[in-house]
Design a protein around this ligand. Sequence first.
Ligand code: CA
Length: 223
Amino acid sequence: MRLLVVEDEIRLARALRRGLAADGFVVDIAVTGPAGLAAARDGSYDALLLDVMLPQMSGYDVVRTLRAEENHVPVLILSAKDGVHDQADGLDLGADDYLVKPVSYVLLLARLRAVLRRPRESRPPILSWGDVQLDPATHEVTMGAEPVALTPREYALLEYLLRHPDRVVTKIELLDHVWDLGDRDSNTVEVYVGYLRRKLGPDLVETVRGAGYRLGSTAAFGG
Ligand code: CA
């Protein structure tokens, strides 16, 4: 699950990213209204966490613009404005939920999950490879109907591979999408691919020498 945090308080944005990454989300940050809008337009985000008081363009204007463009990405507004009219305005403009700062992380996560669970046309489909299934809405991974316990990073790596089944993904691409800027060691990717193979079978991921990785053929499973 990819999230976009639009928040100009950089310490809060980073704290949110740390927490959410530990729960298996991949999180990008934008620090102005226009940057958030641009990222939301062309990013394939599963949800936005959107501040209201932002440089250059308010969060309200961001959500209003997205909805006018028929973009229905789930939006949770995080705002220090706790007036009922502010909250009503946010929801009327098309936000899916409104949380008042300071936000309890536990509550934010629960609200986020609730929004992601809601039936909607864009509800993410189950991703699968052979008898391995990953449900992006619940973060559950099963193999032959048995639950498989993955760490948040293993989960994010598997999800990325399952979302790009028909091509080679490079190590750089995986570092960009699955790892934070801090730990960009390409050996890390190899190590985690190894963990996934151990848990889900050696054929899950093929190494394409000099290029990257590709999901293995599922021919052995009959497609
Ligand atoms: Ca702000």
